[in-house]
Ligand binder design. Sequence first.
Ligand code: SAM
Length: 496
Amino acid sequence: MTFELHKGTNIEVLRRMTPNSVDSVVTDGPYGLSREPDMAEVLRHWLAGDDYDHKASGFMGKGWDSFVPGPAVWREVFRVLKPGGHVFAFSGTRTYDMAVLAMRLAGFEIRDQFAWVYGSGMPKSLDIGKAIDKAAGAEREVVGQRDRYLDGRERQNLGDKNQVYGKGLTANGVADVTAPATAEAATWDGWGTAVKPAWEPIVLARKPFPGTVAANVLKHGTGGLNIDACRIPVDPIADAAQLRTMNRSARDGSDGWGMNSTGADAPQVVRAEGRWPANLLHDGSDGVLAHFPTEAGAVTPVRGTEPSAASVGLITGEYARVPGAFHADAGSAARFFYCAKASTAEREAGLDGLSVQLVGRGCAAAAAAAAAGKTDSHGKGGFNRVQQRRNIHPTVKPIAVGRWLQRMITPPGGTTLDIYVGSGSFGASAILEGFNFIGIDIDDDGEGNPLGYLDIARARCEWAEGEVIRERQRREQELREAAARAAQAGLFEEAV
Ligand SMILES: C[S@@+](CC[C@H](N)C(=O)[O-])C[C@H]1O[C@@H](n2cnc3c(N)ncnc32)[C@H](O)[C@@H]1O
């Protein structure tokens, strides 16, 4: 297993790569959450085969995040991907349509949309009442204080001594509450412009291929999804009702998993080794788990002859009942892939050799304050927690999500590509999964200076290589100990 990291724009690096050489792509490109483009102009460029250059800044002021990847870069990805090769590409809820259209225009077939659901999103909403007062030049009276972290963000690391706190936010996370100063502001008090982000779409696309999936898999190793390797472990508590049904079927002499009467090709949705993977991932946070049912769902196959649930009114008899596979949707959030957002420890693992930097909004002001020996800074923006980090990338994805997605679409020992590698989360995940990895990042601050992303990515990939070696050594040690125990037991038996 090897990894290579390339500095440069992805389109240029991709142009130098061999056609049909990559098995899969898992990537997390720009979400393009900047000002709305003129869509007609975007389409004019895209349909003429040109790139569209959007002049705006994206997430946390990053120029590279201003617009979604266009068809030109996806055409290059299409070229290097083997026929039948899949792409998982993260995108924003607001710009998913454009992100996916660009892939379609490049020739990709859209296979599915996955949802990554999490509880830690932060609403970026304009307080309309405050904006009215500000426009009127009216001073608002401070009438109390409140905990800012309860605005939609879980309280985290408040005791972290490495943090410097910005204007409007004290070390205990308390902010001023102000009252409307004008009648108009009072009318619009409580109105905003955005809800809290709680999920991100991930498109699953595939490069079309001639012939059948079976023939393509045999020829190129691509075209299918590794369902069994991505099954969701059955949870003995959350899935108790499901397991009871499975055991009953086993006693009845059926296949044991409730799949006895649904036809030879019906998928085994639940097996002892896990549930069929679904197109939903979640972070396991309390807020997200609260939205999942804990009761059992459909626990037997639908034969199509069952009476409708309604016995009066228009919907009666067998209307709209069609035979279907065993739903196996009992249980809770445990039926979906779970992965917490990347922890600080995970982001920083392997980075001991890199220097510490300040990250977050208002870091320049915080750096000045820290240099002057102050623990509170008054940078611009009202919510600017500044932290000392080695991994300074603003959008680090969890390694476990990368592992699951790469495992699903990459043949064993295959090569997976990330055309927006950032801090290398998907490089580390590929190495831990035993895949070869190619990563590309522009790593540029917009003025020709490297931001250090590729240094971080390299250190994290090397850390992952070390983890693989450490894990192998641990297993070998276990085997040696087991062999020694067996030999000792053998000696003992001979002696008696
Ligand atoms: C959303 S971040 C990826 C973060 C990554 N998944 C991680 O976990 O660290 C996108 C990255 O794409 C890079 N980028 C943006 N435009 C690019 C381009 N045209 N070519 C190569 N890299 C680019 C940026 O420098 C940024 O690091």
